[in-house]
Write a protein that binds this ligand. Structure first.
Ligand code: SF4
Length: 352
């Protein structure tokens, strides 16, 4: 539906990023990297939830040693997140990282970058140049106008990319993150105009899940609708499965991700509702858990607008006083007493 921006393609392990390849969801582990068993469990949960790539922080030598073991225990390609240490980047590449993320604000020496590039070339490791607005020295001062901030981020990106291109390294993914949604949109538009490398989208330090959801949806959704963005990560404090769920919801809303589980449509309710619609919807949601078919199930509060609104659902439940009418593909198929709705739903699901 949206015309994707044409980019180079970059191979991250077995995952292709860029051009017409599907947009890849990624997240980060939130367990200590040295706790191998918990990391592996979380990585597998993330992969099962829809992450095509998983990133791990490797701040110490012990972390890269653990990373080397984790790589061998999971099937999803792993990314090592490097901040200050060239040695960590080299160790992670040796350990089997499919990609390393470098922050230009933190690794600056030409010699260090050349060492990393040479190791990445040898091991066929991709590199993400990940600029964070907060880690660029000139942007740490306050009162810098937004346009100036964007210009400085772009300048930093150009300078860094040039170092890689001058050494004939093009397996690059670019990202520029801010905690501000509008600046994230603007800087990524500039990067998309300037370079033909795939872009990783995300906000940085987006907040608690309830606060991160809307700014992330606006920033990532706007860019994706413009065809910009080849891999996304929603940042939210806490469980990374929540990040993955929000990322998936953004892609699904734009028609960029094929749903494999049921979609629950619920009317907003109004004074016409004759039962507790939210309670019923929660019970239906629970009944749908574990079903891996892209069904559309609608729960409507009344028969005034309910049947019409549920017409394009595989199954519509329109509540009335003490009962519900079941609709399949817009046609009424049964009348069910209120206390039998979930039982009837489970039976209907077997036929869908
Ligand atoms: S389906 Fe009925 S109860 Fe629900 S919002 Fe529409 S009119 Fe109101």
């Amino acid at each position: 539906m949206f015309k994707r921006r044409k980019t180079r393609t970059v191979k991250v392990g077995r995952v292709i990023i860029g051009s017409s390849a599907p947009i890849v969801i990624q997240s980060m582990t939130k367990t200590p990297t040295t706790d191998i068993a918990r990391c592996v469990r979380q990585i597998n949960q993330l992969a099962q939830a829809g992450c095509g790539l998983v990133r791990l922080a490797v701040p110490t030598r012990l972390d890269t040693a653990a990373f080397a073991k984790i790589v061998r225990k999971v099937s999803v390609p792993l990314i090592a997140d490097i901040h200050f240490s060239t040695n960590r980047a080299l160790e992670a590449i040796e350990a089997g990282a499919a990609k390393v993320r470098l922050n230009p604000g933190n690794i600056k020496s030409r010699e260090s970058i050349h060492r990393i590039i040479d190791a990445a070339k040898m091991h066929k490791t991709a590199i993400r140049i990940g600029i964070n607005e907060a880690s660029i020295r000139d942007l740490k001062k306050q009162n810098i106008a937004p346009q100036k901030r964007i210009a400085l981020m772009l300048k930093e990106m150009k300078k860094y990319v040039r170092l890689f291109e001058n050494r004939s390294f093009t397996q690059l993914v670019l990202s520029a993150k801010s905690s501000d949604a509008s600046r994230t949109i603007e800087i990524n538009r500039c990067i998309a105009e300037t370079f033909d490398y795939p872009i990783h989208l995300g906000l940085t330090h987006a907040g608690l899940p309830e606060d991160a959801r809307i700014p992330s949806a606006i920033a990532l959704g706007t860019l994706l609708a413009e065809g910009i963005g080849d891999t996304i990560r929603v940042s939210a404090a806490g469980n990374p499965l929540v990040e993955t769920k929000i990322a998936k919801q953004i892609l699904i809303a734009l028609g960029l991700y094929e749903r494999s589980t049921p979609e629950l449509i619920v009317c907003p309710t109004c004074a016409r509702a004759e039962i507790d619609v939210v309670r019923l919807a929660r019970r239906v949601e629970k009944a749908l858990r574990g079903i891996d078919k892209p069904l559309r199930i609608a729960v409507m509060g009344c028969i005034v607008n309910g049947p019409g609104e549920a017409a394009d659902a595989d199954l519509g439940i329109c509540a009335a006083k003490n009962k519900a009418y079941f609709y399949r593909n817009g046609r009424k198929i049964s009348t069910v007493p209120e206390n039998k709705i979930i039982q009837a739903l489970l039976k209907e699901l077997q036929n869908l």
